[in-house]
Design a protein around this ligand. Structure first.
Ligand code: CAA
Length: 257
């Protein structure tokens, strides 16, 4: 498929999706969100893909937010639609994919950029990255899930402070508050992210997909995460992957998934 604003490549079983609008610091406009939606669904449906890495092109930005030029003259209704369509088509989609998504945060991750990183399952940041939800400085609030996911990852107190002060924090501070999993030199960002992906690929895809679902279910209204875990645990039994994993252990060899 031909994309204008993203690049898609493959490294073994890893699909690497790069937001490619470096002159606009990879800001997320509607077209980019639609292309990301297509590329992510294609990766989800491609059985040769086991992990997805999301990153930004250039050395300056992962994503500097939603495209401010695009929404500056929007009405209340248009603002609501922007938020809902973005959440439905990209942010919730990423969170609920059955394949782990790693955000390789290679620079500014602001507004919608940090929101996309937070929707991913794992975040690796480069040492030059700066992260924040500066929307209130524009007279708006985070609209792509930021008010919810920042509190989930870093706690309510930090979310309250970071959002109301519109602060940008360096990656080391993001590491301290649990907002990112690792910080590495920018030149090592992709190789480190691929290393994490390789570790994931050693394991059972069905078990991984079940674990992602069980972990996420804690954050879904009205869903009992423990109950989801019981069902998901039970569903692993008897699968080919379960037979291979347990047999490999008993035969003292590495499982081949
Ligand atoms: N939308 C549209 N264009 C953007 C952009 C954005 N979010 N961020 C940067 N750009 C554009 C700039 O307009 C500029 O374009 P021109 O060269 O055509 O003027 C280009 O990218 C380079 O940016 P700067 O010249 O500003 O670069 P800098 O190094 O001086 O500053 C920055 C970098 C601190 C990241 C600054 O660009 C910035 O503050 N960007 C906006 C960050 C922001 O507020 N993000 C939140 C967006 S709102 C949102 O995301 C809502 C939501 O939750 C749904």
């Amino acid at each position: 498929m031909d994309y204008q604003n993203i690049l898609v490549s493959k490294n073994g079983a890893v699909s690497i999706i790069t937001i490619n609008r470096p002159k606009q610091l990879n800001a997320l406009n509607k077209q980019t969100i639609s292309e990301l939606n297509s590329a992510l669904l294609a990766a989800e449906n491609d059985s040769s893909v086991r992990v997805i890495i999301l990153t930004g092109s250039g050395e300056k930005a992962f994503i500097a937010g939603a495209d401010i030029k695009e929404f500056a003259s929007f009405s209340k209704e248009q603002g609501k639609a922007l938020s809902k369509e973005g959440q439905d088509n990209l942010f919730n989609l990423v969170e609920n994919l059955t394949k782990p998504v790693i955000a390789a945060v290679n620079g500014f991750a602001l507004g919608g950029g940090l929101e996309l990183a937070m929707a991913a399952h794992i975040r690796i940041a480069s040492d030059n990255a700066r992260l924040g939800l500066p929307e209130v400085s524009l007279g708006v609030i985070p609209g792509y899930g930021g008010t919810q996911r920042l509190a989930q990852l870093a706690g309510k107190g930090k979310a309250m402070e970071l959002i109301t002060t519109a602060s940008m924090i360096p990656s080391e501070e993001a590491l301290k508050i649990g907002l990112v999993n690792h910080v590495v030199n920018q030149e090592n960002l992709m190789s480190f992210s691929l290393k994490i992906a390789e570790k994931i690929i050693q394991n059972s895809p069905f078990a991984i997909q079940s674990a992602l679902k069980a972990i996420n279910s804690n954050y879904v209204d009205g869903v009992d995460g423990y109950k989801t875990e019981i069902d998901a645990f039970g569903n692993c039994f008897g699968t080919e992957e379960f037979v291979e994993g347990t047999t490999a252990f008993l035969e003292k060899r590495k499982a081949n998934f």
